[in-house]
Design a protein around this ligand. Structure first.
Ligand code: DX5
Ligand code: ZN
Length: 234
């Protein structure tokens, strides 16, 4: 499923809660198969981690892989740019099929110009912050973009332990953000942490290891989904 209109995409994801599978932990030799499993499980969006070996001490995948994923699915693509110079790559990732393009506040202390560029390209802008970055650095901009992503770990690798001090950051963001804002959490999210993130106000949950590390991806997707749906009904 791929909403044609940006406003529809924003309200659809913002009305969440949604699990946002991070393909970083998928089986890259069987990426198409893993994406099929996620579609069958009811996923509506996929999280794609782009790393440059500078902003984060790791490399992942780039434009050709995003294009190949775009050709293989109609799910929304949420592209998380862990790049020192994201401005250089917005257009190519949009052309490759990104629906959301998120940039880090640590490399774009005033991100409003980049949000405008992302919107002009026809994508939805997002702002990401690392755990040590104070919430005050992002508060002035959270209503200038549609997706506010808080890292629960230092970016660069899957499978790290969730830093629960970021829950307070999410609470602060929730209080200030527009009602329909997409408030996302990425890193260390799994069965033991997802409900706390939902209770703090997140509505989009990036999950890598906790999803792909299990023998039955579909069942695990539904299990995690159940945990946030229940939280939403409280
Ligand atoms: C980390 C990435 C995450 C990563 C999350 O730098 O931004 O999206 O895939 O992985 P888990 O869910 O394993 O912490
Ligand atoms: Zn990510």
């Amino acid at each position: 499923m791929r909403e044609a209109d940006i406003t529809d995409i924003i309200s659809f994801i913002g009305s969440g809660p949604h699990i946002n599978p991070s393909l970083l932990s998928a089986d890259f030799a069987n990426l198409g198969r893993d994406i099929r499993y996620l579609e069958e499980a009811g996923a509506r969006i996929l999280h794609l981690d782009i790393m440059d070996g500078h902003f984060v001490p790791n490399l992942s995948f780039g434009v050709p892989v995003v294009s190949a994923i775009r050709r293989s699915t109609r799910l929304l693509l949420d592209v998380h740019l862990m790049l020192q110079e994201p401005q250089k790559y917005l257009a190519v990732f949009r052309r490759a099929g990104a629906d959301f393009l998120s940039i880090h506040i640590e490399v774009a202390p005033d991100p409003r110009g980049l949000f405008d560029e992302i919107r002009k390209l026809g994508a939805v802008p997002g702002l990401v912050s690392n755990p040590p970055t104070p919430v005050e650095a992002i508060l002035p901009y959270i209503n200038d973009c549609e997706l506010i992503l808080t890292m629960g770990v230092m970016p660069g690798f899957g499978g790290q332990t969730f830093d629960s001090s970021v829950l307070e950051k999410i609470r602060r963001i929730r209080r200030v953000a527009n009602e329909n804002a997409i408030i996302s959490i990425d890193g260390g999210i799994g069965e033991s942490t997802i409900s706390a993130a939902a209770a703090a106000g997140a509505n989009l949950f990036v999950t890598g290891t906790a999803l792909f590390g299990k023998p039955d991806i579909k069942k695990q997707f539904q299990k995690l989904k159940q945990l946030i749906v229940n939280e939403d009904e409280k």
